[in-house]
Ligand binder design. Sequence first.
Ligand code: NAD
Ligand code: DAU
Length: 356
Amino acid sequence: MKTYLVTGGAGFIGSNFVIYMLGKYDDVRIINVDKLTYAGNLENLKLVESNPRYRFVQADICDAQAMARIFEEETVDYVVNFAAESHVDRSISDPEVFVRTNVLGTVNLLNTAKKAWQTGDGKVDSYREGVKFLQVSTDEVYGSLGETGFFMETTPLDPHSPYSSSKASADLFVKAYADTYKFPVNITRCSNNYGPFQFPEKLIPLMINNTLSHKQLPVYGDGMQIRDWLYVEDHCKAIDMVIRGGRPGEVYNVGGHNERPNVFIVHTILEYIRDHVDATVGEHMIQHVEDRKGHDRRYGIDPEKIKNELGWYPETPFEKGIVKTIEWYLANRAWMENVTSGDYQKYYEKMYASRA
Ligand code: NAD
Ligand code: DAU
C-alpha cells in the first residue's frame, strides 16, 4: 500500500486526482489535506468520502505543526502538492495570499517532508527509499508565446502575473531542494485543464453557467488569446505516471497540442447549449470587456518529453472532452447553484462590474 499526501484535494484538479487514483488502484491510500478556501469543496469528493483508503484533514499547508502531525500519524510515501491560490484575476487584485500559500506553503511542505523522510543522522542527505515530492505547476511560469513555437522544459521561466510568479518561485524552491539536499522531486507543468468540478471563476465553467443563466458572456479584450486545453483526467494520468516513473529532479510539461482561441471556446459552448438545451441563447450574449492586465497572449506545450519517457499522451480529443464537460455541468446543476450562491455573487460583481 502506498500512501499519498495530496494537498488541495478538494479543489478542481485535486478532487479529480483523488477520485482517479482511488478508482484505478486498490493499493493506494490518500490523505487529502485542504484548507477549504472558497475553491475547496467537499461535495466534489462524495464518491470517495466513505472509502476506507481515504482520509480528509482540514489544514493549511502553511501550518508547520499541522503538516508535521500528519507525517507523524501516517507513513507518507508521496506528496502531491496541488494546494494553491489558482486564479490569475484574483492574483492581480490581491497578490499577497498567492505568495503565502503558493510560495511559503510549498516551502513549508518541502521542509516537513524532508525532515520526515530523512534517514541516518541527518549529516548526509539521504531519504527513505521510494519517496517523492511532486509539485503541480503550470505552463504559465514560461510566460507568453508569440505566434510560433512551444514551451519546452528548457524554456526560461518568464512569469508575468502575480499568480505565475508565485508558481515560478515555488518551482525554484522545489529545484533548490533537489539541487541542495538531493531531495527527490518532480515538477509537472500543465496547460489549461477543463472538466468536472471546476470552479466557475475559470473560463469554461463561467461561460457554461452564464449561458444557462442568460447572463452576458464577458470575453476579455479581443478574445483571440490562445490556451492549450487539456481534459482533467488526462492530467491526472500524467501525474500518476510521473510519480511512478519520472526521473528524480526532472520537470515534465503536460499539454495536448490543443490550442484554441478563447472566442472559439465560447462559441463551442454557446452552440452546444443552443442546440441541446435552450434555443434562445446565442452570440448576442457575448460582450467584449476590458482586457486582463498583462494578459498572456498564447500558451502552447510541447509534451514530447513525457510522451517519449513515460508513454503519456492526451487521450481525450477536445471535441469529446468539451461535450463531456458541458453535460457534466448540465447533470449537476445543484453543484453549480451551491458554489455560485453567497460569496461568488460578490466576487462576480467586483470582478466584472469594473470591466463592463
Ligand atoms: P483550485 O483553485 O480549484 O483548488 C485549489 C485547492 O487548494 C482548493 O481546494 C483550496 O481549498 C486549496 N487550498 C488553497 N490554499 C490552501 C492552503 N493554504 N492550504 C491547504 N489547501 C489550500 O485549483 P486547481 O485548478 O485545481 O489547481 C490545482 C493546482 O494545479 C494548482 O497548484 C494550480 O496552480 C495547478 N494548475 C492548474 C491548472 C488549471 O488549469 N486549473 C493548470 C496547470 C496547473
Ligand atoms: O495555463 C494553466 C493555467 O490555466 C493555470 O495555471 C491556472 O491555475 C488556471 O486558472 C488557468 O489560467 P488562465 O488564466 O489561462 O485561465 P482562465 O480560465 O482564468 O482564463 C482562460 C482565458 O480566458 C484567459 O485568456 C482569460 C480569458 N477569460 C477568462 C475569464 C474568467 C475571459 O476572456 N473571460 C473570463 O471571464
